[in-house]
Design a protein around this ligand. Structure first.
Ligand SMILES: [Fe+2]
Length: 322
């Protein structure tokens, strides 16, 4: 790897992978990098790993506060669901654990909160405790994923939008949207361009239609959405695999499914092709204690490999650029 040096000559930049991403490390004696420079490098690279800065929870919060003007408390989060709900660990609820108490299952690649309009521009990760084995966060540049698909599948995804459909009991929408007030739920849905159908038993059907791919620079598109994760989750619930992992906390039916806009199921052949392209573009972040990573949620998907043991503590913050 050819290490280069930033203009301040205090930091080294090296590639995270041959395809995309960067690692930023301090030169001896250097302190934290300039937040504006980190944001510039992060957006240029798509994913930026800050290594060797020995972040603690407090310095992670302070530093990210200087990088992003706003943070989300994950209101409407699709993975805010029973055993998968996140713990809030500070900074007004914007520092969160990942997917509840168990991390023993892999999380397929996804863009964060692509099932609603208000979503983070940046996903921040902070490794408080690296797992002894496995448990890497995965990242894949959606532009590369899209470019590795067949022309036919690319055309299908460019011409067909996808529909995210949530069927939530009263307790479950209250958990996800962090309110038990139907009026507030309606306001959140309106702000997100989501349709809401509230039934007499207070269960709710919430739908959102969005592209599967998004323009990303000149003549390029990025495949970034929540389709792979939700498609795999639906299969896991239907097959019973979810119960095997989550036990009593597993849903009896999927809390959210993904379809084409007209309601048709997305053919397995297309999903498998997307998964294969995503796998081939996947880069693993092998965590060390004190690492921080920035992932540009507008073009780069993220996920997680299965974790062995219970020592992994990787925290998340969802940032916005304005
Ligand atoms: Fe995520």
């Amino acid at each position: 790897m050819n290490a280069s040096v930033t203009k301040e000559k205090s930091f080294h930049i090296s590639p995270l992978s041959p395809d995309f991403g960067s690692i930023l490390e301090p030169a001896p004696g250097a302190t934290l990098p300039d937040p504006a420079e980190v944001m510039r490098l992060g957006q240029e690279a798509g994913a930026l790993l800050l290594r060797g800065f020995s972040f603690e929870l407090e310095s992670f919060v302070e530093f990210t506060n200087r990088c992003c003007p706003a943070f989300s408390a994950y209101v409407g989060g699709g993975i805010r669901f029973r055993a998968l709900n996140r713990d809030s660990l500070g900074a007004g609820g914007t520092v969160m654990s990942t997917t509840g108490s168990t991390q023993s299952f892999p999380i397929p690649l996804h863009g964060e909160m692509y099932y609603q309009k208000l979503r983070p521009d940046v996903v921040w990760f902070f490794c408080r405790q690296a797992p002894a084995e496995h448990g890497q966060t995965t990242v894949a540049d959606g532009r590369l994923v899209f470019e590795r698909l067949s022309p036919r599948t690319r055309d299908t995804l460019l011409s067909s939008r996808i529909r995210y459909i949530r069927e939530l009991a009263a307790d479950d929408w209250a958990t996800s949207f962090m309110t038990d007030d139907p009026g507030e739920l309606k306001r959140i849905c309106d702000a997100n361009d989501m349709t809401l159908e509230m039934r007499s038993d207070r269960s709710a059907r919430i739908e959102y239609v969005a592209p599967a791919v998004f323009p990303a620079g000149e003549n390029r598109h990025s495949l970034i959405n929540s389709a792979i994760l939700l498609w795999e989750f639906e299969r896991a619930v239907v097959s019973g695999a979810a119960v095997a992992v989550l036990g009593a906390g597993a849903p009896e039916k999927p809390p959210m499914v993904v379809r084409f806009e007209d309601g048709r199921e997305i053919p397995e052949q297309i999903m498998r092709e997307i998964e294969e392209a995503a796998d081939s573009a996947t880069v693993r972040l092998n965590w060390r204690n004190g690492d921080v990573a920035l992932v540009d949620n507008r073009v780069v998907m993220h996920g997680r490999r299965k974790t062995i043991g219970a020592d992994r503590k990787v925290l998340v913050r969802l940032g916005n650029l304005n």
